[in-house]
Ligand binder design. Structure first.
Ligand SMILES: Cc1cc2nc3c(=O)[nH]c(=O)nc-3n(C[C@H](O)[C@H](O)[C@H](O)COP(=O)(O)O)c2cc1C
Length: 235
């Protein structure tokens, strides 16, 4: 969660994988972040993005972590991939954000509609670091084809916000893409039953955002479920 998921916030969570960010990797994305803040949304804006992100990474030592990132340039993604790899983490390409300031500079869900651009980024970052891609459901897109190509291009994890436009989690979408590779299912994980249904649909892991804002012990409570506390491995 942009403006929320920094090291300080994430370290408190009893999650097996913490996902920092969204962070902005280059100048243009940082400027977009500033515009978003001006209209009242939270964002992380570092004076020097690389330096700021590195400061965060130093604080999550010993945890499994990913860094959710937006960049208007390939070089921005590559810089974060090198940085994240040097700290033993995962780079998560943000093909999810729908804030117009980011979409208009070719970030976030813009990439979902330009899969060739997304694949180009994934081919390059996956040569450097373990690469995940966060995607958004709910569009009229061939998600199976996109995810197939992502996995073929070196993506190791598809993290899907399986949103249904009027609310809820699209378990069918999770089912379809989980056949293709490692999927983290997301959306409306609010209790043990909703989390287990995402795992039963085929996701290897399930992630939560808003529920954690409501209850800082959310993950701890979810770990009471046998299904949700099973160990997972990327291999
Ligand atoms: C305040 C807030 C900020 C968010 N920022 C990001 C972000 O920077 N990158 C991203 O991939 N998703 C972001 N999301 C989306 C969430 O990670 C998640 O996909 C979405 O809220 C659905 O999951 P949930 O039902 O568990 O909240 C954000 C969500 C919220 C509520």
């Amino acid at each position: 969660m942009a403006g929320i998921n920094n090291a300080e916030f994430c370290k408190k969570q009893k999650a097996s994988l913490i996902i920092l960010g969204g962070f902005n990797a280059d100048k243009e994305a940082n400027e977009a972040g500033k515009k978003v803040i001006k209209r009242g949304r939270k964002e992380f804006v570092f004076e020097d993005p690389i330096e700021g992100i590195e400061r965060e990474l130093k604080e999550v030592k010993g945890r499994n972590f990913a860094v959710n990132v937006r960049s208007s340039t390939l070089e921005g993604y590559l810089e974060i991939a090198r940085l994240v790899e040097s700290y033993g983490g995962i780079i998560e390409i943000n093909a999810h954000c729908r804030q117009p300031e980011f979409v208009s500079i070719r970030c976030g869900e813009w990439l979902l509609f330009k899969p060739e651009e997304l694949l180009k980024i994934v081919r390059a970052t996956s040569k450097i670091a373990t690469t995940a891609v966060k995607i958004r459901g709910g569009h009229k897109l061939d998600y199976v084809l996109i995810c197939k190509k992502l996995f073929e291009s070196g993506c190791k994890i598809v993290h899907v916000d399986a949103m249904i436009p009027n609310g809820g989690c699209d378990l069918e979408l999770i089912k379809k893409i989980s056949n293709l590779g490692f999927v983290i299912g997301n959306n409306s994980f609010i209790d043990i039953a909703s989390g287990e249904s995402i795992i039963k649909a085929g996701a290897k892991m399930v992630s939560a955002a808003r529920a954690v804002l409501k209850d800082e012990k959310f993950f701890e409570k979810m770990l009471k479920s046998e299904i949700l506390s099973q160990p997972v491995s990327l291999e």
